[in-house]
Design a protein around this ligand. Structure first.
Ligand code: SAM
Length: 299
């Protein structure tokens, strides 16, 4: 269960979710027709080794990411969101934005794999041990960031705006923000603090991308949490890590504050990229139907 000041590394608690989504990206990259290719996702899995390497070698058929009912849909979901947000960052860069803020950067490797214009600075915020693992792993692999990369080891429930300013973020210049795979791990009060922080730090012409999920019915969620206690794998543990809360739909909240926001459901986006979901089991269908991808530009 979560506590207000909980901490983690890359294989524990919320930190392990960064590895889980990286593993999904690595599995997508193995497909003949991937929606997105993140070559560093495999590097992270192999650095941790054990079941994470077995998964990529096809020798862990029992891993939740391999299941027909959940795993294959989750991999497609991650691939789609990677593609959506990669395109978002390209648009922001083409518009001249040179300050990038990865909130809950986890094992997001965009600093290393996207083409950034000269003069771009990428601020990566996450808990210290997650950032340590990523830096050390990619350095050992010989990967080099394609922009100036600044790590900000901070908890996003604390005063992260001050930490960002202290790292040289320029409030009056445009910036491009992302909250991908983050909101569900924050209680509604911290989501509100996050949105408020972004809005107060983002100058005119700034860009924002958010992935959000519609909360489940409270009783159904509690039942799922109880049921998951008896399932001893990443998927079972995951239910203990999330807050089934939503402060406000991002497109609505930012629109009311002068942003031009567009919300795309994951199901619609999957159709756009030729990966419509026909027959998913109930849990996978609910997951896919609950997700919305949002992008916005501040006027
Ligand atoms: C599912 S991962 C997503 C990582 C990355 N954005 C991606 O999509 O690959 C969730 C990330 O959120 C980070 N995170 C969650 N709550 C946080 C908090 N309160 N402070 C800092 N980081 C947090 C975790 O450490 C983890 O790296």
């Amino acid at each position: 269960m979560r506590t207000d000041k909980d901490t983690w590394d890359i294989t524990t608690s919320v930190g392990s979710t960064a590895l889980f989504v990286a593993a999904a990206r690595a599995l997508e990259a193995q497909k003949p027709d991937p929606l997105a290719v993140d070559p560093y996702a495999e590097v992270f899995c192999r650095a941790v080794g054990g079941p994470w390497a077995d998964l990529l070698d096809g020798t862990a058929p029992e891993h939740p990411l391999k299941s027909e009912e959940f795993g294959q849909h989750f991999v497609t979901f991650q691939a789609a969101r990677t593609r959506y947000f990669d395109a978002y960052f390209r648009r922001a860069a083409e518009a001249g934005v040179r300050q990038i803020v990865l909130l809950a950067a986890g094992l997001d490797s965009r600093a290393y794999r996207l083409d950034w214009a000269a003069g771009t600075t990428i601020f990566e915020l996450d808990q210290p041990q997650v950032l340590d693992f990523k830096r050390d792993t990619l350095a050992a692999y010989g990967a080099v960031p394609r922009a100036e990369r600044r790590e900000i080891a901070v908890d996003l429930r604390d005063d992260w705006p001050q930490a960002l300013r202290d790292s040289g973020f320029h409030q009056h210049e445009p910036s491009a923000w992302i909250a991908e795979g983050l909101l569900i791990y924050l209680p509604a009060s911290a989501q509100e603090q996050l949105f408020t922080g972004i809005d107060s730090l983002a100058g005119s012409g700034s860009h924002l991308a958010v992935e959000e999920g519609r909360p489940m019915d409270r009783d159904a969620f509690q039942a799922k949490v109880q049921e998951a206690k008896s399932v001893d794998d990443e998927r079972g543990q995951w239910w203990q890590l999330v807050y089934n809360e939503q402060h406000a739909p991002a497109a609505q909240w930012f629109s009311e504050r002068g942003w031009d926001a567009e919300a795309t459901t994951l199901l619609d986006y999957l159709q756009t990229v030729g990966r419509s979901v026909d027959s998913a089991d109930a849990e996978a269908a609910n997951m896919l139907a609950s997700i919305t991808l949002v992008s916005a530009v501040k006027g």
